[in-house]
Design a protein around this ligand. Sequence first.
Ligand code: UT7
Length: 352
Amino acid sequence: MTRAKILGLGSYVPDRVVKNEEIPYLDHHHVRQKEKQTETSDEWIRSRTGIEERRYVPNDGKWRTSDLALRAAEAAIADAGLEPKDIDCIILGTLSPDIHFPGTAVFLQSKLGIDGEEGCACYDIRQQCSGFIYGLEMADAFVKAGKFERVLVVGSELHSHSLDYSTRGRDVMVLFGDGAGAVVVGKDPSPTEKSGILYTHTQADGSGAWHLYLKCFDIGKIPMVYYDGNDPEQNRDMYPTMDGKRVYLHAVRNMVAATKRALEKTGLTWDDIDWFVPHQANLRINEAVTQYAQIPPEKVLNSIMWYGNTTAATVPLTIDHWRKAGKVKKGDRVLSTVFGSGFTWGAGIFEV
Ligand code: UT7
């Protein structure tokens, strides 16, 4: 049977480093002001989340999510020893699309220079923080079924333009950063029973939908956009809303269950896994998952300290970060678990 594997990996983060100390002074264009704009502190952010800094794109109006995606995709394609024209399907996960429609994957396709009448299939998927594992599962199935040969899976987020930089939005605003990660999935040229992508599993629970959401518009209303973005009294719908404690509890519970299930279903143990890469929403969540799922702490890779939560990008970004640092080697086996808005969650075991 055909098996799929990750042929290449890449990531991208913008140059601007925004440290926790700077956060209270940012205005709504994330420009640093002399006066405090938001009641928050390095101590609060660091102790509750583990985040020390994150990256933001320049606010010069020239950046969209597809631009971050492009850089990560180019790196992944080069890492696979391929060229953009070799890609026959793009799956892009984001909660910060360039515009409402069309999806961001087609903008990425154009930026990669592979649009036109022979252009490849393009999917946008909407699983927020779980987007990477959902995309990987789709790519794995496509390749195994013989439908596509080389699938580009990208998680890309531009959060810094859609955060509420005021005390009202501080619980969410301090968490997020901009970034992108990508992999190319293709046929495993020398498959064995446990090579390449060994396992993926995804789930959702729609009863959690209103615990973490961003409206921006409501199609049930006419007009579907009914706020004045410049009026703080009525512009809440432009920003994410989260019941943090509830999301936290569900995240820990489902990431633990998904991790245990991945090992049960594959018959693997931690001796067979090189690295555990959880979604990067909160270091405390990952510490709790590590404890409850009895994961060897030395196998856990985090990157939230430097990038914050980059949603669909966190998993490939974290793996690539640690590969560049020399820790992760080509062919290492990763167990990853994710959880996010929806609620959606899942897990995967794969070689990188
Ligand atoms: O990506 C997947 C989805 N996201 C997540 O998985 C995130 C899950 N949730 C969390 O990570 C945590 O719930 C947060 C980090 C968001 C919040 O931490 P918490 O310990 O649950 O804090 P809290 O919401 O219970 O707030 C505690 C206090 C409140 O003040 P009072 O009512 O006790 O006076 C908040 O108003 O902290 C206040 N607070 C802040 N203070 C300073 C909330 N955000 C901030 C802030 N700076 N940024």
